[in-house]
Write a protein that binds this ligand. Structure first.
Ligand SMILES: [Cu+2]
Length: 346
């Protein structure tokens, strides 16, 4: 029924979507856009729920007050924490869609757990539920499947979250934070094993730690990964193809040396690099043709001398001279490879 609550949710949903589109067109930031659209979809779902499940607004009171009626309360469900877990699942899923695929999986797992647990609670509260059924379910499902499954899922969430956190930290900070977390885990186990903590305290502790791990993982995923040195690109000679041209018309290689040539193709057409004795002769080394992207060619240079290089796809447009000499310098320093800065580009 249309009432104040459902109207509010529908208005919120529309506003979130409009603001989301305005936001993405002005800033180009897709993370905020996804979050706003998800907020809108959630508000829409809540609005539909309220619309479908609330009774019509009461009619104006009649002249004579009606006889008070006894209200049947047997079917009212008891309070449950599972809708809250479901909300967390939706939030994680939304963050995952905007940032990181692994978070999508975590959100889906959380959502499934919340759904089944919620249904389970409703089932157990039904009058037909007996103690005998409870024990059978416990023996045949909870202990052999539910418990190990939950442990594996929780451990997996912890591992993924921690890996996102570690990838976002700098190379210097990661071992420190890792050690602190390891000591915290050890300390936690020591507390649990040495003291007689109540079940409720343990549950609270586990929930808070899981929440912290997940939150730091989400924060790490949003922050992005630090840049890494790619060992195969280190000490490599560089050659770039753009607009059907090489960026160099002369290459200097050391003689009779195994070298790496990092080849970047910025075009949508295919290119390669081939080393020839002379124009038109059989290639000494022929690199596989690549699409847009990059590759690292590895080959051993010939004896000192002057050689020729070309792209086999465009031999007349893309070619140059290769000087192979005994005294040729080492490859240039890869200037842009910085190891420790974080890439907070999202
Ligand atoms: Cu080419």
């Amino acid at each position: 029924m249309f009432n104040a609550a459902s109207r509010t949710y529908f208005i919120l949903a529309g506003a979130a979507v409009v603001v989301g589109f305005g936001y993405v067109f002005t800033t180009g930031d897709r993370v905020g856009f996804t979050a706003l659209v998800f907020a809108g979809v959630t508000a829409l779902a809540l609005g539909v729920g309220v619309f479908g499940f609330t009774p019509p607004e009461p009619l104006p009171a009649p002249e004579e007050p009606a006889e008070p009626r006894a209200v049947d309360t047997t079917d009212v469900p008891s309070p449950s924490a599972w809708p809250l877990v479901g909300a967390v699942a939706v939030a994680v899923l939304a963050t995952g869609l905007a940032t990181d695929t692994s978070l999508i999986a975590i959100g889906i797992v959380f959502g499934l757990v919340a759904t089944f647990a919620w249904f389970g609670q409703v089932w157990r509260e039904h009058p037909s539920w007996t103690r005998e059924m409870s024990e059978r379910l416990h023996d045949r499902f909870v202990v052999p499947i539910g418990l190990p499954g939950t442990i594996v899922v929780l451990a997996g969430i912890g591992v993924v979250s921690l890996s996102r956190l570690m990838l976002a930290l700098s190379r210097e900070a990661a071992p420190v934070v890792g050690s602190i977390i390891a000591f915290l885990i050890l300390g936690g186990f020591y507390l649990v094993s040495s003291r007689n903590l109540g079940r409720r305290a343990l549950t609270t502790l586990a929930t808070v730690s899981a929440g912290l791990v997940l939150a730091s993982g989400v924060a790490g995923a949003v922050k992005g990964e630090r840049e890494f040195h790619h060992p195969e690109a280190e000490d490599a000679f560089l050659l770039t193809a753009e607009n059907v041209e090489f960026d160099k018309d002369e290459l200097d290689f050391p003689a009779a040396t195994k070298i790496k040539l990092k080849f970047e193709n910025h075009d949508t057409v295919q290119h390669n690099f081939a080393l020839l004795r002379d124009e038109g002769s059989e290639p000494i080394f022929r690199g596989p043709v690549i699409d847009k992207g990059e590759t690292v060619y590895e080959f051993t240079t010939p004896e000192a001398g002057t050689y020729y290089f070309q792209c086999d796809v465009h031999p007349t447009q893309m070619n140059g001279r290769v000087d192979v000499s005994v005294s040729a310098s080492e490859p240039p320093e890869p200037g842009e490879n910085v190891t420790t800065t974080s890439a907070g580009s999202h």
